[in-house]
Design a protein around this ligand. Structure first.
Ligand SMILES: NC(=O)c1ccc[n+]([C@@H]2O[C@H](COP(=O)([O-])OP(=O)(O)OC[C@H]3O[C@@H](n4cnc5c(N)ncnc54)[C@H](OP(=O)(O)O)[C@@H]3O)[C@@H](O)[C@H]2O)c1
Length: 257
């Protein structure tokens, strides 16, 4: 049965790929941007657009209450699209703020609106040194210093806020490094690569599958025939999604940019 879904970050690299997947699965999507010029694009993708800044807690609460979602999906980040190294130090601070304060506002608004589940984007390169591939339960690198410590603190805050907000079912998706449309990389280039469509697909799967907890992307698990299918399985395979996974891996390869 279709759900009412509030997608924070519908205009981002993952959000734009996720809206059509949710709509095709029969869900009713309200999607956010701060920029009124992007509203038509979101409408074209199939979402009902709302203009809101996650740091405006009162406005966010009002928009989420009006949307009456069963599911809230958090795909907010604040990084330069080209990941320009000159801009990254300031961007990492802003990004950590969105993970902490932005997530706090989203959780409060989701609880107030009576949402059942909150699915949030996190990252897979957070671990302390140790045997690889890392597993969800491995220790996070909380002793990190410098720029990495800013990121780690933001991730820890996001994950705690999402997972410790009963009765909300919190699902954390630790994505690998994104590539594909809307990112600077059109091919898998970095460790633990994940195509934006694979990341979007994992969020779709998390709408109605998986217990509350953390799901980490692992490369090539389980192995599938298509390259993108493998990327999907690397995270979505952590959720019990065999049927949906098989269906999605037959989608035309042109959709992967
Ligand atoms: N795992 C990874 O490797 C990873 C994860 C995330 C991002 N990235 C990279 O970072 C770059 C940017 O990615 P992106 O396009 O998804 O991020 P983005 O352009 O920063 O936007 C992400 C989403 O967050 C929203 N947003 C940002 N600040 C907000 C705020 N204060 N209030 C409400 N909404 C806010 C944006 O909405 P607006 O329309 O209002 O801007 C957008 O919908 C890309 O190169 C991407 O590949 C990589």
């Amino acid at each position: 049965m279709g759900e009412r879904i509030f997608l924070a970050g519908a205009s981002g690299a993952v959000g734009r790929r996720l809206v059509p997947l949710l709509v095709a699965a029969g869900h009713r999507v309200t999607g956010t941007t701060r920029v009124s010029e992007k509203a038509d694009e979101l409408r074209g993708l199939g979402a009902e657009p709302v203009i809101v800044d996650v740091f405006d807690a009162a406005a966010l609460a009002q928009k989420i209450a009006a949307a009456r979602p069963a599911i809230v999906i958090h795909q907010l980040t604040d990084l330069p699209r080209d990941l320009d190294p000159q801009k990254m130090p300031a961007a990492l601070v802003r990004n950590a703020r969105i993970r902490d304060e932005g997530t706090k506002n989203l959780v409060a608004a989701a609880l107030a609106a009576g949402a059942r589940r909150l699915i949030a984007q996190s990252i897979a390169w957070v671990y302390a040194r140790g045997a690889e591939p890392h597993r969800e339960e491995d220790p996070v690198d909380t002793a990190a210093e410098g720029e990495r410590s800013v990121t780690i603190r933001g991730v820890v805050a996001l994950e705690e806020r999402v997972l410790e907000a009963p009765p909300l079912e919190g699902i954390v998706l630790r994505y690998g490094f994104l590539y594909g449309p809307g990112t600077p990389h059109q091919r898998a280039a970095r460790p633990i690569p994940v195509h934006v469509d694979a990341a979007a697909f994992a969020a779709l799967c998390a709408v109605d599958r998986g217990a509350s907890g953390i799901y980490k992307h692992r490369r090539g698990e389980p192995a599938r025939r298509h390259r993108e299918g493998r990327a999907r399985a690397g995270l979505a395979g952590r959720l019990p999604v065999a049927a949906a996974l098989g269906k999605a891996s037959r989608r035309p390869s042109s959709s992967h940019g």
